[in-house]
Design a protein around this ligand. Structure first.
Ligand SMILES: [Zn+2]
Length: 334
């Protein structure tokens, strides 16, 4: 197997809130009342390593991480570190995403703007030090009231100089995307890119969620979307529109998007069908992964060659919402 670690890469789908370094978590946790006596404690509180069956335990890990996102200083630091970590994985074009409502949830002393400014500052610091282009996507949580989505949309549009796109995330089962259509239409009109989490969950109706995201929300990129493998007509629909899938191997394995291990992920089938696919890490902190590990899995378990992965990166360069000049400049460097 050829080593992909030195290959330059694009990351389109990385949640900043769940990309904290282990060392940073261990350093911060005690001041938030979380005592970590040893590595086992850390893994138990903050890392998901096994396919998710016990959803309560998983949710607690998200909440423990959320508790640490408590100040502008911390947010600037974790953003800076996330950018440097991505750079070390070979990433030259990096899209981070976060949900302002998730970060603010237990830290109402901070406004959305305070949160965003701190993150932008962290990213700019990394960009000043390394040849990496960083952009932010703003996430609407579909599980929250639609009114919240309106605030988040306004916030994203007000900051369209530093946000590059709008996303819809969280549990798609039972949370129809249609009520969000007016917000996505406004964001698109304001020049933001549209990516939507859809077709992730292992359900027969999941391919329809992808079609809804394209038809009602104007998505040109889909977070995950792998479930379209179930429906040849939707594969064709996605391919003919040039919609890009942001696939995330470890994440799809841990959420049991398909049963039976990495080798059952339908990625190569989608690639062979001509769907534009890209590979991403989703939540590298909480899933204890990174993009190099994902590329190893893609080579070892999913049958991708290094040349094919390079081609997927070219797809991702084109699909990135980061301004053309900025991304071209970062990509042209070694
Ligand atoms: Zn995601």
């Amino acid at each position: 197997m050829k080593d992909a670690s030195r290959m330059k890469k694009v990351e389109l789908h990385r949640h900043l809130e769940l990309s904290l370094r282990a060392a940073t978590i261990k350093e911060l946790a005690p001041s938030f009342g979380i005592q970590l006596a040893n590595e086992a404690d850390y893994l138990d509180r903050f890392v998901i390593r096994e396919p998710m069956h016990n959803l309560g335990a998983v949710l607690n890990k998200f909440l423990d991480t959320q508790l640490l996102l408590a100040s502008p200083e911390i947010l600037e630091r974790i953003t800076y570190e996330a950018c440097l970590d991505a750079y070390d994985e070979g990433v030259r074009i990096l899209e981070l995403r976060y949900a302002p409502t998730f970060v603010r949830h237990r830290h109402e002393n901070m406004t959305f703007q305070t949160i965003h400014n701190a993150m932008v500052k962290g990213a700019q610091r990394a960009e000043a030090e390394k040849p990496i282009a960083v952009g932010f996507n703003c996430i609407i949580q579909r599980i929250l009231p639609v009114k919240e989505a309106e605030y988040v949309t306004d916030f994203a549009i007000e900051n369209k100089g530093t946000f590059i796109g709008l996303d819809l995330a969280d549990n798609e089962e039972g949370f129809d995307s249609k009520p969000f259509a007016p917000f996505f239409a406004r964001a698109k009109a304001a020049g933001l890119g549209i990516t939507v989490h859809a077709g992730e969950v292992n359900l027969p109706e999941a391919p329809g969620y992808v079609k809804d995201a394209i038809d009602y929300l104007g998505a040109t990129r889909i977070g995950h979307g792998l479930q379209i493998y179930r429906d040849p007509q939707i594969i064709e629909y996605v391919r003919d529109r040039g919609v890009v899938l942001e696939l995330c191997p470890t994440s799809n394995y841990l959420t049991q998007a398909v049963k039976g291990g990495f080798h059952n992920l339908p990625y190569h089938k989608l690639y062979d069908e001509g769907v534009r696919v890209t590979f991403n890490s989703d939540d590298p902190g909480i899933f204890a992964t990174n993009l190099n590990r994902e590329y190893e899995i893609l080579q070892r378990e999913c049958g991708f060659t290094l040349d094919e992965l390079a081609q997927c990166n070219e797809t991702a360069v084109k699909a990135s919402f980061i301004a053309t000049d900025k991304k071209a400049k970062a990509w042209s460097k070694a």
